[in-house]
Design a protein around this ligand. Structure first.
Ligand SMILES: *Cc1c(COP(=O)(O)O)cnc(C)c1O
Length: 426
């Protein structure tokens, strides 16, 4: 595989961009080797600067559920661009995207559009605090909610002790407003809320974590959190930036029938353009300015290009049978990979729902962050390189989810499985 142009770009990139990238995981440090530079994408495939083609299971980290450069999205964005890129004045498309989101996500009656998932979770936390008049938040270990200060926190020495920053630059005072608990552990949630419940504004979690690999909730876990938060007057926030429109159209909340107070969204609702959103019942959302006192604003929020891409994506995705195509692709892929690993005698533990899945190089079961981090990352890195050299791009870390799109047809899956058979034997 020729990589001259990517290599040259990588050298230049490192001179001007920090670590050569604008988001750390892109540097491939978890798997070794240098990243390639992408030049274009179409459907399930991307082409790099040297003309090599790859089947893509990263899909811009989730948003591209219709595949790359879907004609409906390209057309909608082009049309919107010709009418003007941004106004900072209300536009019809914002109303329509709000209506579509409220119609599809069970917990959402009113929504606020922002520009990224990070912004959505950061703002939802402020709203939860403003609404409850409480300062503490509870997060789940291994869940990722973007890079806002109060979320870059790991556990203190015990469940009810204050968190400590995981990054320099995060004041200990911020971290001390965040408590953390393990996923799938209702007793831990109960203990925290019994000790600190009167000061807890919310529990925030990915209902199906996708940022420590993919992990599914035990039976009754999400409902248990729902009951506990109600009892203690804290809000429950589902961060469905990844799982929304991926595990089911209406997200994990629809699949499990558990309704949070607030929901954060991103990724798919922007169809590849920068978007985030958060929403909930009007009774809570109306605490936001301009109706209520909790401040949050954005120059580019509800941007015409982003709303056009989001609307086009959701329009195609909700046509009968379309979402199911992407689900079928993941089902076939997961079954095929499982059989290949078994045949090769490589222990793997597969998780996933809908169009989002993970194969842990781990005997399993994987129920939380501690289990996930016991995976054989060396073996994963070998698999990653084996796949890449055979033209299949999976996420460059064991702890990321894999995604399918409606463009991952049976031919794409078949080619992927051929590559996997060889890569598992490397
Ligand atoms: C990607 C992601 C975020 C952050 O979104 P950005 O758009 O990268 O800021 C937040 N929460 C979850 C669950 C995510 O997967």
């Amino acid at each position: 595989m020729n990589s001259e142009k990517s290599a040259a770009l990588w050298t230049e990139a490192n001179r001007v961009l920090v670590g050569g990238v604008n988001s750390p995981v892109r540097a491939f440090s978890a798997v070794g080797g240098d990243p390639f530079f992408v030049a274009s994408g179409s459907g399930a495939r991307i082409t790099d600067a040297d003309g090599n083609e790859y089947i893509d299971y990263v899909l811009s980290w989730g948003p591209l559920i219709l595949g790359h450069a879907h004609p409906a999205v390209t057309e909608a964005v082009t049309k919107a661009l010709k009418l003007g890129a941004s106004f900072g004045i209300p536009t019809e498309a914002e109303v329509r995207l709000g209506e579509v989101i409220a119609g599809l996500v069970p917990s959402i009656e009113k929504v606020r559009l922002v520009n990224s998932g990070t912004e959505a979770t950061m703002s939802a936390l402020r709203l939860a605090r403003g609404y409850t008049g409480r300062d503490l938040i509870v997060k789940v270990e291994g869940c990722y909610h973007g890079h806002a200060d109060g979320l870059l926190v790991k556990a203190g020495s015990g469940l009810t002790t204050l968190g400590t920053p995981t990054s320099p630059g995060v004041p200990a005072a911020y971290a001390s407003c965040t408590l953390t608990m393990p996923y799938n552990d209702l007793d831990a949630a109960r203990e925290i809320l019994e000790a600190k419940g009167d000061d807890v504004a919310c529990i925030i979690l990915e209902p199906i974590p996708g940022n420590m690999g993919v992990i599914l909730p035990d039976d009754g876990y999400l409902q248990g959190l729902r009951d506990l938060t109600k009892k203690h007057g804290a809000l429950l926030i589902f961060d469905e930036v990844m799982s929304g429109f991926r595990v089911a159209i209406g997200g994990a909340q629809e699949h499990y029938g558990v309704t949070p107070d607030l929901t954060t969204l991103g990724k798919v609702i922007g169809g590849g353009l920068p978007v985030g959103a958060y929403g909930g019942p009007a009774e809570i959302m109306d605490h936001l300015s301009p109706v209520g006192p909790v401040y949050q604003a954005g120059t580019l929020s509800g941007n015409p290009l982003a709303t056009a891409a989001g609307l086009a994506t959701l329009d195609v995705l909700t046509q009968p049978g379309v979402f199911d195509q992407a689900v079928q692709a993941m089902t076939d892929l997961s079954e095929g990979l499982g059989a290949i690993a078994k045949k090769a005698g490589v222990p793997v533990y597969q998780t996933g729902l809908g169009t989002m899945a993970c194969m842990f190089f781990n005997e399993g079961p994987v129920r939380n962050y501690e289990d996930a981090t016991a995976s054989d990352t060396e073996r994963f890195a070998r698999y990653f390189r084996g796949m890449l050299s055979r033209g299949v791009y999976v996420a460059p870390s064991q702890y990321e989810a894999g995604f399918t799109s409606i463009a991952h047809d049976s031919d794409v899956i078949e080619k992927t499985l051929e590559a996997a058979s060889a890569a598992m034997a490397d």
